[in-house]
Write a protein that binds this ligand. Structure first.
Ligand SMILES: [Mn+2]
Length: 329
């Protein structure tokens, strides 16, 4: 009896069993779930003797490089040089083929595109698509798929999938930390994943420059009179001064949402290119995606981003003014 009962899911498993030359990919700026699902599936299919190529548009982020099999991930540019033809391509954790990368046309490499994802579906993606948003992560689906394909869950695969579920649930804190996710986690630990090792590598492997930068950026914190809106600013100068880069600011705004009164937290990034980049976070019932959409930004209800063509001062004044009204409803 299969662990997941679904027609498209079964079709995908059949194709992966039958075909030999397989391309695996995910989206630009990969997160933990992307890296985890592509490499775990890669390891599993390789153990069946298949020829597997994993390609991404972006490099593997520093904190995930300890994961097995990541050194084998190649750039799509390399594929263009070699011009290989695959029996199929499987696109993971992606709801639109464009998300693989604006420069990538996946159909150039294969006639058959398969897709597995756990996001709420936005458009048809691939020829056979299995999307189920009840799963915590794509890594959790891949675990079931590997088991259903009778692939042995080695300690390396277990460690990889554990990392995907851990990061996509925000360290087992978000709403998607379901009983089924935790049941999978239990099985992965039994198969050899070490929770301590993986969280040390992912959450405690920051470069010093990043922490110094975070300190400086957090010290710019200001609040509106209600205490519900908090914001911080980061400029190119301070980033350079710390020897850091703009990616090091990835999660710094989340510290602001940890303040008990906060409903909206904003990071204003001035990279001196005439634009101000905003990272928005919300709590309670505030919807920052809706706010960001007014400025052609986007994201999710509780985490969104947008860009303004303005000076830093103009951007802060305008956005804070508008948010005061916005959260009053
Ligand atoms: Mn995911």
């Amino acid at each position: 009896m299969a662990r997941i009962i679904d027609e498209n899911y079964s079709k995908i498993a059949e194709k992966l069993k039958a075909l030999n030359h397989i391309l695996i990919t995910s989206h630009i700026n990969p997160d933990g779930d992307n890296i985890s699902s592509i490499t775990a599936l890669g390891m599993g299919l390789s153990s069946l003797g298949k020829s597997v190529t994993i390609a991404l548009v972006s490099p593997v982020p520093h904190i995930y490089k300890f994961l097995p099999y990541t050194e084998g991930i190649i750039d799509f540019k390399k594929l263009d040089e070699d011009r290989p033809n695959f029996d199929c391509a499987i696109v993971l954790d992606v709801g639109s083929l464009k998300r693989v990368g604006e420069t990538v046309d996946i159909r150039k490499y294969t006639k058959l595109v398969l897709n597995i994802d756990h996001h709420v579906k936005t458009e048809n993606c691939g020829d056979i698509s299995f999307v189920d948003s009840s799963y915590s992560s794509t890594a959790e689906i891949i675990y079931n798929l590997l088991v259903d394909m009778d692939i042995k869950i080695t300690a390396e695969i277990a460690e990889t999938l554990y990392a995907g579920i851990m990061t996509d649930t925000g360290g087992f804190q978000f709403q998607n930390t379901t009983a089924s996710a935790m049941k999978t986690i239990s099985e992965l630990i039994a198969a050899g994943a070490s929770p301590e090792k993986i969280s040390q590598k992912i959450y405690f492997s920051n470069r010093a420059a990043k922490i110094v930068l975070m300190g400086k950026v957090l010290s710019t914190l200001k609040f509106d009179p209600s205490g519900k809106i908090g914001w911080i600013v980061a400029t190119k100068d301070v980033i350079d001064e710390c020897g850091a880069n703009s990616d090091d600011l990835e999660n710094v705004v989340n510290n602001i949402t940890s303040i008990e009164t906060i409903e909206v937290a904003i990071l204003f990034r001035d990279l001196k290119d005439g634009k101000i980049k905003l990272s928005l976070r919300a709590r309670n019932n505030v919807d920052v995606q809706k706010f960001a959409l007014k400025y052609q930004g986007g994201g999710h209800k509780k985490a969104a981003g947008m860009v303004l063509e303005a000076t830093l001062e103009e951007a802060v004044n305008r956005v804070i003014f508008e948010f005061r009204d916005y959260i009053r409803g």
